[in-house]
Design a protein around this ligand. Structure first.
Ligand code: SF4
Length: 387
């Protein structure tokens, strides 16, 4: 397929979120290209709200290049508080324009942590730069992988991901990032129902991640809507036509996909497998070196994980929201939560917005847990220094 690049100079590059998201922990995102030559047939960027072209097929053929992305990023990041920046895009356009590399350099210069979600092993070309960012702030590299060669439907993968290097190359790259001391793992998304959601594939993705130095497997589902849905069903009919009736039934008209309970069961299975193989089913939060409110952030992470667990368990909405809001409140808190507790006890914790009596107790327990973890890690350092 011939690819056309359209170079332009946008006015802004940085998407700012009110608070870090609870999946990737990004506070900002910045994309150097619109459109993607990797051309995954399930890609949600083909939805009308993201795709700038009337024909979803053009998404992988017409690539808009934000040629001034690095200078815009420098200008915009220098005006905002430090937070994790989601960036990096190693589709073939990157070989020509090197915008992801220049944007990483900006993050390094300004001391911003980064989160890279990547489908290609080509991210390895910036391993050194990402290692330098990790040393100064933090870096996480997550590989998007939905199947391993052990999947009974592996032969279809080339159909779904026509221009992406196959998973073994991504796992090899993961291993190199892990060896460089960078937190890495798998974004197991979107899991395609009826194709890659079988126990064999779930287990193999988790095991391959563990065997290649990954620390987490983050599972997520496939959503289908408007022209992206029509496009996907068309491609499915070409790749594995026998699955079309299943998808028509599983993704009924007017819905984004199967009921929440299906995804919850899948998330639960991945969580159990991660536990079995010693991995996390959430991305551990990257906390910038020297962060003054590190304890607030770690407790916010604990509350966010709890939110996810309640979702998987099918808990009632108000309980889920109570935890989510409490996590946000801890993130937004200006003072160190330990100082509030030291000065005012649990009553002080109760005065934090969105923490009622029950959640204040939970935060109290976490403060104690943090303190005991710090004591035992200080002891380990002391012992190893003596040895
Ligand atoms: S690599 Fe990501 S953005 Fe590119 S087509 Fe595939 S899913 Fe879409």
């Amino acid at each position: 397929m011939s690819v056309e690049y359209k170079v332009y100079r946008p006015k802004r590059i940085l998407n700012k979120h009110k608070r870090p998201d609870h999946w990737f922990w990004t506070r900002y995102t910045a994309h150097p290209y619109i459109g993607c030559q990797h051309g995954c047939e399930y890609c949600y960027w083909r939805e009308s709200k993201y795709c700038p072209y009337p024909d979803p097929e053009d998404f992988s053929r017409l690539i808009k290049v934000k040629i001034n992305a690095p200078e815009l990023l420098r200008k915009e990041l220098s005006k905002v508080p430090v937070g994790v920046v989601g960036l990096g895009d190693y589709q073939p356009a990157e070989f020509r324009y090197r915008l992801s590399r220049q944007m990483l350099q900006v993050c390094l210069d300004l001391g911003f942590p980064v989160f890279v979600l990547e489908k290609s092993h080509n991210v390895l070309q910036d391993l050194e730069l990402i290692t330098a960012i990790n040393d100064r702030a933090r870096a996480v590299v997550s590989f998007s992988i939905i199947a391993t060669p052990e999947s009974p439907h592996y032969e279809h993968l080339k159909g779904f991901e026509p221009a992406v290097p196959m998973p073994p190359r991504r796992f090899e790259a993961m291993e190199q990032f892990a060896e460089a001391g960078i937190l890495t793992g798998t974004s197991f998304m979107p899991i395609l129902p009826g194709i890659y959601d079988d126990n064999e594939n779930l287990k193999a993705v988790v095991r391959w991640t563990r065997d290649h130095g990954g620390a987490f497997v983050l599972a997520g589902g496939l959503t289908l809507s408007d022209k992206q849905k029509a496009y996907f069903l068309q491609q499915l009919a070409r790749i594995c036509p026998e699955k079309v009736p299943f998808y028509e039934h599983f993704y009924p008209q007017g819905s984004y996909g199967p009921p929440r309970s299906y995804w919850n069961r899948l998330g639960q299975k991945v969580a159990e497998l991660c536990q079995k193989y010693g991995l996390s089913d959430r991305i551990p939060r990257p906390i910038i070196r020297g962060e003054k409110r590190a304890v607030n952030k770690r407790i916010a992470e604990h509350l966010a994980i709890k939110t996810y667990r309640l979702e998987l368990a099918g808990e009632r909405g108000y309980r889920i929201w109570a935890y989510r809001k409490a996590a946000w409140a801890l993130d937004e808190l200006e003072q160190d939560v330990r100082l509030i507790y030291e000065r005012m006890g649990v009553k002080g914790l109760e005065s934090i917005p969105s923490l009622g009596k029950k959640l204040a107790r939970e935060v109290e327990q976490q403060i104690h847990r943090e303190a005991s973890e710090r004591r035992s890690s200080a002891k380990c350092i002391e012992t190893s220094e003596r040895v």
